[in-house]
Design a protein around this ligand. Structure first.
Ligand code: HPA
Length: 278
C-alpha cells in the first residue's frame, strides 16, 4: 500500500494555496454531488483546479468538477471544495482526506460537509435533507481509517475522541436556521461506506438494524480527520434516493444528480444562515 501523506507534503499544498489566494479562511465547505453550483456564488473568488496543486488527488466522478474556490460567503472567508475525492476512485484514505489536513494547516476552525445519500429511515424521501447527528464509519471499523499508520503528533492525538463528531453548537444553529426559514430538516445517523456498488437489500436491512438513517460513500473519513485535527464539524445529507431494503428498486447515479436539484435550495438556505450566524 502507498505510504500516508506526510506533514511536509501537506504544507507544500498549503504553501501553493497561499501563493494563489491571500485569505485566511475560518470555514471550510465540502460540496458533494449536485451541489457544485453553490460554489458559483462565492464572492471575490480565486479558483484553483485540483490538478494545479501538488499531491492533490483529482476527482474523476461526473458532477464533481474538482477545484478549490476561495473567497467570501455571507461575510465569512471560506475555503470551498467544489467536488471531493472518494475512496472508490482508487486513492488511499490518506489522499482522500488531504484536503482536510490542508484546511487544518490553513487554520480553519469549522468544516461544513454535504453529501448525497440514500434514505434508509422510513420517512426519508428523495429531495429531503438530513442533519447528520452522528455517523457509522464502516470502512474505518474494519481497518480503512484515514488515521491508520504512524500518528503525526503535530496534527492530533493517537486516539481521537469521536463522541461528539458533529458539533452540538453547530447542530443547534442548523436547527434554528432551518426552523426560522421553514426548511424541513430531518436528523439522523449517516452510514459511510466505501462503494462504489450500491447496497444489497440484505446490507440495507443490516444497516437499518444497527441504527443508520442515511447511507453514502463519502464524509466519514473527512469527518474523522477533521475531528482528529480539532476542526468542528456540521454535516448535511441530501437524500437523493430511497435505499430500499427489499429488492424492488435500482438506484443510479442519475437519480442522485436529479434529486440534488430539490436539495440545493434547502441546503443553501441552511448553510447561508449558519454562516451568517457564525
Ligand atoms: N447508497 C450509497 N450511496 C449513495 C446512495 C445510496 O443509496 N445514494 C447516494 N449516494
Amino acid at each position: 500500500m502507498q505510504a500516508n501523506i506526510t506533514l511536509k507534503e501537506i504544507d507544500e499544498v498549503v504553501a501553493a494555496v497561499k501563493e494563489r489566494a491571500d485569505i485566511s479562511p475560518r470555514i471550510g465547505l465540502i460540496l458533494g454531488s449536485g451541489l457544485n453550483d453553490f460554489a458559483a456564488s462565492v464572492e471575490n473568488p480565486t479558483y484553483i483546479p485540483f490538478g494545479d496543486l501538488p499531491h492533490w488527488p483529482v476527482s474523476t466522478v461526473k458532477g464533481h468538477s474538482g477545484r478549490l474556490v476561495l473567497g467570501q460567503l455571507e461575510g465569512q472567508d471560506v475555503f470551498v471544495m467544489q467536488g471531493r475525492i472518494h475512496f472508490y476512485e482508487g486513492y488511499t484514505m490518506s489522499q482522500v482526506t488531504l484536503p482536510i489536513r490542508v484546511m487544518q494547516r490553513l487554520g480553519i476552525e469549522i468544516m461544513i460537509v454535504t453529501n448525497a445519500a440514500g434514505g434508509i429511515a422510513d420517512d426519508f424521501y428523495p429531495g429531503d435533507v438530513m442533519l447528520i447527528t452522528d455517523h457509522i464509519n464502516m470502512p474505518g471499523l474494519v481497518g480503512q481509517s484515514p488515521l491508520h499508520g504512524p500518528n503525526i503528533e503535530e496534527l492530533g492525538p493517537r486516539f481521537p475522541d469521536m463522541t461528539q463528531a458533529y458539533d452540538p453548537e453547530l447542530l443547534a444553529l442548523a436547527r434554528k436556521v432551518a426552523k426560522e426559514n421553514g426548511v424541513p430538516l430531518h436528523e439522523g445517523v449517516y452510514m459511510g461506506l466505501s462503494g462504489p456498488s450500491f447496497e444489497t437489500p440484505a446490507e440495507l436491512r443490516f444497516m437499518k438494524m444497527i441504527g443508520a438513517d442515511s447511507v453514502g460513500m463519502s464524509t466519514v473519513p473527512e469527518v474523522a480527520v477533521a475531528r482528529h485535527g480539532g476542526i468542528r464539524v456540521m454535516g448535511l445529507s441530501g437524500i437523493s434516493n430511497k435505499a430500499h431494503t427489499q429488492p424492488e428498486f435500482v438506484a443510479s447515479h442519475e437519480d442522485v444528480l436529479q434529486a440534488g436539484k430539490q436539495i440545493v435550495p434547502k441546503m443553501e438556505t441552511i448553510i447561508r444562515g449558519v454562516l451568517r450566524a457564525l
